[in-house]
Structure formats: C-alpha cells, structure tokens
Ligand binder design. Structure first.
Ligand code: ADP
Ligand code: ZN
Length: 726
C-alpha cells in the first residue's frame, strides 16, 4: 500500500492519511470515506510514512480527476494561505474550489470551443434566399467573421443543424478557438500619462513587479489596464482581473466585451451558478480562457500561463473575506504575482494606506494619472458646510434644502448620500463638536446606553456618561448613530414633485434589481437618488450634477482607527461621481468638523495630503501599516463567557512566558459590533512590528484554543490576520 496525505473539508489542522495500491500524483482529486460519508479530497502528498497504526488507515475509494490535477503552484498558494491565515489546510483547499469540484463526483472537463468560418469554397456560394431571413442572417454572420456556436445560436436557435449541413457541403471550416483572438485597437488614444503607466508595466513583463496605479476618478485607469492586458494576452499569457463587485459594475463588463470581443473570457463570482462556475474555473485552469475576471474568490483560480494580475479599486474592503477563511485577495494577488513572476497592478483613486506606504518605501512602484481623461470633464467643486450654528430640519440645513429644490426644478440629477455603515454609537457635543476619546488609547469611546457608560473597546477603560461637555459646558450631549430612516422620509416630503429612488443593499439584493435601477437612472426617470456606501462604487451617471453628503461626521466618532481612511475614500468616490462627461458637478458636505483632515483633504481633492497626514498619525500610534495585527475572537451567549475564554488563554501563555517580547496584547475587549446573531463577541489584538513573531504568537494562541476547545463547548473562536473589522 502507498500512503497519501489528503486535504478534506474538515476542521482539523493535520491532513488525513489514506491508502491506495498505487502512487497518486499530488493534486489528484479523489473520493474517500470520512465518518461514513463519501467526500471529495485532494492528494497533497504521496508516498508518506504514516505515524499511525496502519490497520486504521482507510483506502481511497475513487479517483475523480480524469487526467487533470490541481497544479503545484496552486497547492503552494493554498499551503501559504492556510499557514498565513492560521486556518485548517483541508478547509482552505475546499474553500478555494468551486462547488462542482468539492463533490465526490467526477466532473467532465470543458471541451475547447470551436470557431466556425466559411472557407474559400463556402464564400463563393450564394447566400440562402432572403425570405429565409434567419438562415440568411446566419450565413451573413459567418461571411462577416468566424463565430462560435454560442454566438451563432443567438442568431438562429437551429444554428447547429445548418452548420452540420454546410459542413457536409464542405463550405465550413471548424477550428479550436484560440484563448486570445485578435484584439482590436482601442477607440481612445492613450494620453501621455496613460502611455507612460502602461509602458512601465509592460517593460517588467515576465518578472515579479508590483505597481500601484494611483489615478483620480475618471483619469482612465481602466484604459491603462486594458492596454497592458492586450499586450500580455497577445503574448499568449493569461490575465487575472479582480474587482470588488461584478453585478454593480455592468459598464465594466460591457467595456471588456467591446475591447476584447474575440478573447475567451471567463467570469467568476459568488453569484455565478454552481455548474457554470465549475466550468469557468476549469476553462481557466486548462488555459482555454485568456482572461479571468472575478471577485475576491477568483484569486484561487489555477492559471497555467498567468502573465498579469490587476486588482481594480484595490482599497475596497470586499477583497477581504469576513467569514471562514479570512483572506485578503489583494495581498494574495501580490503573493501570486511573485510566485508566477509577473507584474501585478493595484489601481485606485484612493489607495489603501497599506499600499500607499509600500510605494513610499519602494516596495511598489507608483504610477500616477493626475487628470481626467475626458478633456471636457471637470473636477467637481466641493463645498464644506459648517452646520455647527445652523438649524437643521430632520438633519438637513436650509442651504442644502434650497440646493436640492433648485436642482430638481432645473431637471438635474441629485444624489443624497447617507452614511450608514455599522458603527458603534458614540457621544458628542452638538454645540462645540467635542468628542470623547480614551485617555489610554487613540480610540474614541463607545456609548453603552444601558450600562450608562462610555467604554474603550481597545483597553477596556470605562467611565460614567458625563452630564455635560467638558469643553463648553453644554448639557445637551447627543448620541450619534440613528436617524437615517427619517431623512429619507423627510426628503419625499421636502421634494413632493421629485422622483426619488433609494439605492442600498436591500433594494439591490439581486442582479436584475441593480441593472433595472441603473437603466432607470440612465433613462432620466429619477431626480433624486438616496443612497448609501453602495452608490459610491464605480458607476457613471453622466448627468449627475449635485451630490449632498448629510451625516458623514458619524464616521469620525468611530472607535475604528481605519474610519477616517474609509470615510475619505468613500467621499472621494462619491464626489468623483459628480460632473463626469461634460456637466460640472457640485458637492456639498454638511459637517460639524470642517477643519478635520478628512474634510480638508476632500475639499482640496488631495489624496496625497490626506495619506501623508494619516500615515504620520498611524506611525505615532504604532498602528498598521507600521505594525501588524491579528485579532483572536471568541463568541459566546454572554460577553463574560467570551472574554473568559480569551483570558484563560492569555493567562496560560503568560505563565509559560512564551510570548515574544515585541508582541503586545490588547484586550480582551468587546468588538465594536459586540452582539451579532445572538452571540456576544470579544476579541484580543496581538500587535507587533515583526511579522514572524506575530505569527508565532498567533500559533501559541491557536494551540491553546484548540486545547481548551473541548471543555468550552459553548464558546466559538476564530483568528483574523490583518483584520479590517474592529
Ligand atoms: P477610471 O477607471 O480611472 O475611473 P476610465 O478608464 O473609466 O477611468 O475613464 C473615464 C472616461 O474617460 C471613460 O469614459 C473613458 O472611456 C474615457 N477615457 C479614458 N481614456 C481616455 C483617453 N485617452 N482619451 C479619451 N477618453 C478617455
Ligand atoms: Zn483605551
């Protein structure tokens, strides 16, 4: 018997051993029994010397992959991912596969599509008579250019029948479709900055080279990606293009189709139907598709000829998976590019501070686009409206009311942007704008109304709710965190003749919903859009000319150290929506803290100013990117139980003096969203300037948690490396 180590979808850290009479190559998909169920598994290592009783080792039942194995570089990626995120390898491997390959069944490999064309003999034949118009259309299509069966079927549902007929006449030539067909030239002539950016990346083709493409909204980043992609694909290589959300960016897919009409493109995201996703995955893995476009999960697509990775809107939080295997696809993209020795381009108008910091140190090369690509597209005018002394009606000042009324009367499109991110409630002074910070940390205090306390979620400092503002004596302290619902209702009342449309997660749960909304807006059937964070993402509404931001200040009271960064990115994105194409846009931001660096940088539309100031602050506080952090979380029915488990581990580790000296531990403290789905959530932060020591400490915690797990059955735990959620 030959013994094999297999990756299975089980929450165990070591791999499991199974036997087979012959050696199976690593990467082979097999079916085995686990707890009496037949499950799929991937051979990770063959010919091993088991350390367990040989009589207990069970046989491999079936071999599933037919002449195809998950390649070595893919396995290396998954080994790294599981190690880095401290997650069971078997579960990581299964999470990286589409559903079809997670089942204990064989899957037929996708056949390479054929492309049909009329040969010389066919071309001189008379076309089918015009009265058979579909048949004629089919012929004309073939005359115009080679086509796939899929394309032909959109012209005539019985295309295959006619193809067969004409093939028998020897008029038709069929050949395998090339992964990358001819690429037409762009309709845009790249401007100088775009050309420079594209050329820089192309000269590094075939080497690991990470780039940050920092270009303001509308500066033509997409055209730069396309130019590089065209070049790389024409060399016979594959391109992986990651973006935050596909359904919300139908324009991008349309642009891809226009620019790369003959390139075999495969799309991978969580809403692709399971069967289709498996096919798409395999097409990429077999090198049949030259272009793979997808959301974060596409980072795990095997690609034998990977030549370029693009991560568009690299700052977006959706590249981080917030459940199960908590990976950051943008970071893995850089790892993968190194592995594949190819360039990786991270693009954004508001890069993450992590990426920006890396350009400062020469780890990433900075490419800049500083002007809008459309010559007549102007930057919007951004106005900060200090509302400290202004009366507000349902959260809206008179000036903003008038702006909205005038724009509706003029027939313009307005957008009212509401900040509704799940943040912890905070207390602030309405009169002077004072906020309550922790005396021990940089964090803002979180309001616990029931307990009558302000608490720090970083160090567990707490104090009773103060009766008045320590700065100005005002006794009317306000809790922030509510009120957006009211604003929506009030707008309808304020603008009775306006057609108002609300756009948020709920109203766009499905793909059709979003494209419907999009078309409604484009047909100019909407006067006022009321939206949340979702509206900030890359949508182009050329006629949008007024953007109003009502309650952005909420974010500044957040205890999350990334809140300013996030707010700045969102406001820049939202502002960037105004005044595209040829109408100038105006942006009005209501705020009680107009002097805050987020708003100052926004008004100046200057990312660099913001990033510089924010990085200086992070450095002072020793926060990422100047340190690395990991969160160890515990959930239980009560906060006490959750914190208790973490304390127990902490004490255990302290007693052994095992923690490296340069690793700091904060907590246990409640999470910002302390209660979720009936569970109370507590966490500990491990923080260090040294990544290796941090990972060593995470392993210590992990071992203790695994050890205590058996006696703490009511408590669940998880590890989040480089967490975004606080
Ligand atoms: P970004 O991705 O940076 O927001 P896009 O690539 O979407 O910018 O470009 C913004 C607009 O400018 C698009 O309508 C695009 O077609 C157009 N555009 C891009 N590059 C050029 C160019 N070199 N010349 C003219 N128009 C361009
Ligand atoms: Zn504190």
């Amino acid at each position: 018997m030959i013994y094999h180590q297999l990756a299975l979808n089980v929450p165990l850290y070591p791999l499991l051993t199974y036997a087979h009479p012959t050696t199976l190559p690593a990467g082979t998909r097999v079916a085995v029994r686990f707890r009496n169920r037949l499950v799929a598994a991937i051979v990770w290592e063959s010919d091993i010397q088991p350390e367990i009783d040989l009589s207990k080792i069970r046989p491999i039942e079936n071999i599933l992959s037919d002449g195809w194995q998950l390649p070595a570089d893919w396995r290396a990626l998954l080994s790294f991912t599981a190690r880095y995120y401290h997650y069971p390898l078997g579960q990581a491997v299964m999470a990286a596969l589409p559903k079809g390959l997670r089942q204990p069944q064989a899957v037929p490999l996708p056949k390479q599509e054929h492309i049909y064309s009329l040969n010389a003999l066919g071309r001189i034949q008379p076309a089918p008579p015009a009265r058979y118009h579909k048949q004629n259309a089919l012929w004309q299509r073939l005359l115009a250019a080679p086509a796939t069966l899929h394309q032909l079927k959109t012209i005539h549902t019985q295309a295959s029948q006619y193809l067969k007929q004409w093939q028998q006449q020897n008029w038709i030539e069929a050949s395998h479709i090339p992964a990358c067909g001819p690429i037409p030239t762009s309709r845009h002539q790249l401007n100088q900055q775009q050309q420079l950016a594209s050329a820089e990346v192309q000269t590094r083709c075939g080497q690991f080279a990470p780039f940050l493409l920092y270009g303001i909204t509308g500066s033509g980043k997409t055209e730069v990606y396309f130019d590089i992609m065209a070049n790389i694909m024409q060399q016979g290589k594959q391109v992986l293009f990651l973006l935050p959300e596909i359904n919300l960016t139908p324009q991008l897919m349309q642009r891809v189709r226009q620019r790369f009409p003959h390139t075999v493109t495969t799309v991978l995201h969580s809403q692709t139907a399971a069967g289709q996703r498996t096919t798409n995955y395999l097409q990429a893995a077999l090198g049949q598709a030259a272009l793979v476009i997808g959301t974060r999960l596409a980072i795990f697509t095997p690609m034998p000829n990977l030549g370029l990775i693009v991560v568009d809107e690299e700052h977006d939080y959706s590249f981080k998976q917030e459940s199960e295997l908590r990976y950051q696809a943008r970071d893995l993209a850089v790892w993968r590019a190194r592995q594949a020795a190819c360039p990786v381009v991270l693009g954004s108008a508001t890069p993450s501070l992590e990426s920006w910091y890396k350009t400062r140190h020469g780890d990433y090369q900075l490419l800049q686009l500083s002007e809008r690509a459309h010559t007549n597209a102007q930057l919007p005018q951004i106005h900060l409206l200090d509302i400290r002394r202004l009366p507000l009606d349902n959260g809206i000042s008179d000036i903003i009311k008038q702006k909205l009324q005038t724009n509706v009367a003029r027939g313009g499109l307005s957008m009212v942007y509401l900040n509704r991110r799940g943040f912890a409630p905070a207390l602030f002074c309405d009169a002077c704008g004072h906020t309550f910070g922790c005396p021990n940390c940089s964090a803002k205090l979180v309001l616990h109304q029931h307990a009558g306390q302000l608490r720090c979620h970083h160090c567990d400092f707490h104090q009773p709710i103060p009766p008045s503002c320590p700065e100005c004596g005002n006794q009317d302290l306000t809790a922030v965190g509510q009120g957006t619902q009211r604003i929506e209702e009030y707008l309808q009342h304020l603008l009775p003749s306006a057609r108002i449309l609300r756009v948020d997660r709920d109203s766009t749960a499905h793909r059709q919903d979003w494209s419907e909304i999009y078309h409604t807006i484009m047909r100019k059937e909407v006067d006022v859009l009321v939206g949340t964070q979702m509206l900030a993402k890359g949508h182009d509404f050329p006629h949008l000319n007024l953007v109003v931001v009502l309650n952005a200040d909420n974010s500044l009271y957040s205890a999350d150290f990334r809140a300013p960064e996030r707010l700045f990115a969102e406001l820049m994105q939202v502002s960037g929506r105004a005044g595209r194409a040829d109408c100038t846009g105006e942006v009005w931001v209501q705020t009680r803290q107009p002097e805050h660096k987020v708003y100052q940088a926004l008004a100046a539309q200057n990312y660099v100013t913001f990033a510089t100031a924010e990085l200086a602050e992070r450095q002072e506080l020793g926060m990422p990117p100047f340190s690395y952090i990991a969160a160890i979380r515990a959930d239980a029915r009560t906060m006490n139980e959750a914190q208790q488990l973490l304390r127990q581990v902490q004490q255990g580790i302290e007693q052994q003096h095992a923690l490296p000296a340069n690793v700091n531990v904060f907590g246990p403290v409640p999470m910002l969203m302390a209660r979720l789905a009936g569970y109370e959530r507590a966490q500990v932060f491990l923080e260090s300037k040294n990544r290796r020591d941090l990972h060593h400490s995470i392993s210590l915690w992990q071992n203790w948690l695994l050890h205590l797990e058996k006696s703490n059955t009511h408590t669940r735990w998880l590890i989040d490396v480089d967490p975004l959620e606080m």
